[in-house]
Write a protein that binds this ligand. Structure first.
Ligand SMILES: Cc1cc2nc3c(=O)[nH]c(=O)nc-3n(C[C@H](O)[C@H](O)[C@H](O)COP(=O)(O)O)c2cc1C
Length: 316
């Protein structure tokens, strides 16, 4: 909330109605005294000391690239009345000053304007606080744009609210860029998810091959092999177990007594694959996945224990 210095609005020139101009000498009108912040009071003293004319300060409002509007303080219907708009407002909205003076900024709203932003705006202004927000607004030609604006309540010397000043900016391009980045991020997240699923599938294949083909084959070879062969087989078996345990659960450990299907599912769970994804990957029903999950929990001794299965499998 701000209070302070006089901001003077100049009388309208024929083709620049309602614009602040350095050429025009400031004249008092009913609505031409707006109070800005205490810190600006100090700044005004500072400006006076350095002899900065009011016209020069007023020209800042006029030449601002941003849209600036000043309204009355009434928020209840029909709402705050627009007393002043700068050329930036016309550039942003397509409305000439004479088309909006006396009307409410609500003329900028439409079907896609986020009502929750407007409710927050109302609550903020009722509390005489500064509002910052963004919403979709509509130009005179009906086209949509993203408006980012900031409203400052203006108080007089007695602390009474007199007006509101808003500075608005068309941020449509920024929003488009943000949306494009968000879409790219989503696409990237999907690709990463697919890579994770693919990785889990490959790991699963390796684990299954090692556990179901290589290790049993090595066991057979050990029975027939020489002492030296057995030594090599032990090393080979240990290496294979190390390899699979680095990304799969140690399926060869007999005490779990998991069936091959359960091992397969346990490895997918361990790799962060969701039940829904398992359904798609193994082409089985969700109910079947859940049954396997419950059996795995039972065999791992996790029934009625508040332990997350994924975390537990990862700890193995
Ligand atoms: C100074 C000022 C500027 C405003 N500028 C905008 C604006 O650019 N876009 C907009 O959608 N609403 C703007 N509003 C908000 C509406 O005028 C209105 O206050 C808001 O929709 C809440 O009104 P309601 O409680 O009747 O819905 C502005 C309000 C004030 C006081």
């Amino acid at each position: 909330m701000t209070r302070g210095v006089d901001l003077k609005r100049h009388p309208a020139s024929p083709n620049q109605q309602n614009c602040l101009s350095m050429a025009d000498k400031p004249r008092k009108m009913e609505v031409n005294v707006i109070r800005i912040a205490d810190d600006i009071v100090n700044m005004n003293e500072y400006n006076q000391k350095f002899d900065i004319p009011d016209e020069l300060l007023s020209s800042v409002v006029h030449f601002s690239q941003d849209s600036i509007i000043i309204t009355t303080r009434e928020l209840d219907p029909p709402g705050p009345q627009i007393l002043y708009v700068n050329p930036g407002f016309t550039r942003m909205t397509g409305y000439q000053p004479e088309e909006v003076l006396g009307k409410t900024p609500k003329i900028l709203q439409g079907p896609n304007t986020d009502q929750s932003v407007l409710h927050r705006l109302r609550r903020t202004l009722d509390a005489q606080e500064v509002f910052f927000g963004q919403a979709i607004n509509y130009r005179k030609d009906g086209s949509e744009f993203w408006n980012e604006w900031h409203i400052e309540p203006i108080l007089d010397d007695k602390g009474e609210l007199t007006h509101y000043v808003a500075i608005q900016r068309d941020i449509t391009e920024r929003k488009k860029n943000e949306q494009a980045i968000e879409q790219k991020n989503m696409a990237l997240r999907e690709i990463l998810e697919q890579i994770e699923i693919e990785k889990a599938r490959i790991k699963e294949g390796v684990v299954m091959n090692v556990e179901e083909v290589l290790i049993p084959a090595l066991k057979k070879m050990r029975r027939k092999g020489t002492k030296l062969d057995k030594k090599y087989i032990d090393i080979l078996e240990q290496n294979l177990k190390d390899l699979t345990s680095s990304f799969g659960i140690r399926v060869s450990e007999d005490h779990f007594k998991l069936s091959p299907r359960e091992v397969e599912i346990a490895n997918l769970i361990k790799n962060g694959v969701s039940s829904k994804e398992i359904v798609g990957m193994l082409n089985i029903s969700f109910k079947t996945v859940e049954t396997h999950r419950n059996r795995i929990r039972k065999k791992l001794g996790l029934v009625s224990k508040d332990i997350n299965l994924t975390t537990y499998l990862q700890s193995l």
